[in-house]
Design a protein around this ligand. Structure first.
Ligand SMILES: CC(C)(COP(=O)(O)OP(=O)(O)OC[C@H]1O[C@@H](n2cnc3c(N)ncnc32)[C@H](O)[C@@H]1O)[C@@H](O)C(=O)NCCC(=O)NCCS
Ligand SMILES: Nc1ncnc2c1ncn2[C@@H]1O[C@H](COP(=O)(O)OP(=O)(O)OP(=O)(O)O)[C@@H](O)[C@H]1O
Length: 229
């Protein structure tokens, strides 16, 4: 199985790229969705977060007030690290379960869309790693427009992540999303060709069909050995 890592900075265009992967039939595991699920009312993550940050972060219906929690953690690095530590085990488990479901289905190429792929050290599980890069000015503008946020709030969110230049230096493939959507689509076609190359032998053995083939070959070898012994 080939597990492609997709990462970048906040509002650099990961979701836009992941939608292109999905449109081309490549399944995507979205860490933001997993992170939302592990914070739903009554879950293990919700209990930990409420016990630590208090009931003030809850809405009337008992769900976490995400805007309020966001304001707290994106303006205080210690509180953000605390939240990260609380949720990390639930998020990793959630991602693993999604990957397992796709493995059982027999998918041979999948994409993990994880904003904090490097920060959470999940990069070791993915190859190749695609970084969606954007220049800092465009990133800030797009973030403020999309989230209807003020400059300070948007900058806090950007600064909460590893710099995009450092992420770019760790990438196998870089998509520069500073320009138009048409330019993005053009680059995407090249990336698609690269990531859909035939699987390596190791990737094949890690995929469901490869593992089943290995198991079947072992049974046949044992049977032949027993018969001839
Ligand atoms: C603080 C929360 C409640 C704010 O929710 P909100 O709906 O405003 O933002 P959302 O979850 O849609 O995230 C938007 C983007 O913010 C960035 N981001 C989210 N969490 C973090 C974090 N802990 N550190 C740095 N950047 C982050 C990501 O680029 C993400 O794509 C939420 O982001 C959260 O629970 N974060 C902790 C879980 C986490 O690490 N998520 C990232 C998945 S790897
Ligand atoms: N090439 C582009 N030209 C203009 N706007 C773009 C381009 N690419 C993305 N956008 C817009 O920029 C915003 C951020 O993009 P997107 O939501 O894909 O980023 P993201 O990396 O997934 O963000 P997050 O980390 O918050 O999940 C969106 O409003 C999107 O429509």
């Amino acid at each position: 199985m080939r597990i492609v890592g997709l990462t970048g900075g906040i509002a650099s265009g990961k979701s836009t790229v992941s939608n292109l992967f999905k449109a081309h039939g490549i399944p995507v595991v979205d860490a933001d969705i997993v992170a939302r699920n592990v914070l739903k009312k009554g879950t293990g993550g919700w209990k930990k977060v409420v016990a630590t940050f208090g009931e003030d972060i809850l809405l009337d219906n008992g769900e976490v007030d995400r805007a309020k929690l966001g304001q707290i953690v994106f303006s205080d690095p210690e509180k953000r690290q605390l939240l990260n530590r609380l949720l990390a085990p639930f998020i990793s488990r959630g991602i693993l379960m999604e990957v397992l479901k796709l493995w059982i289905k027999g998918c041979s190429i999948i994409v993990l869309d994880v904003p904090l792929l490097f920060e959470a050290k999940m990069d070791k599980w993915t190859k190749p790693i695609v970084v969606v890069w954007v220049d800092p000015k465009t990133q800030l503008q797009r973030l403020m427009i999309r989230d209807e946020s003020m400059e300070e709030e948007a900058k806090n969110r950007i600064n909460a992540q590893m710099s995009l230049d450092l992420k770019r230096s760790k990438a196998d493939i870089v998509i520069d999303n500073t320009s138009s959507l048409e330019a993005l689509h053009e680059q995407f076609q090249k990336v698609l060709t690269q990531i859909t190359k035939p699987l390596t032998w190791t990737e094949f053995m890690l995929a469901r069909n490869g593992a089943l083939l290995a198991l079947f070959s072992t049974f046949v070898s044992v049977a032949i050995f027993k018969k001839s012994a």
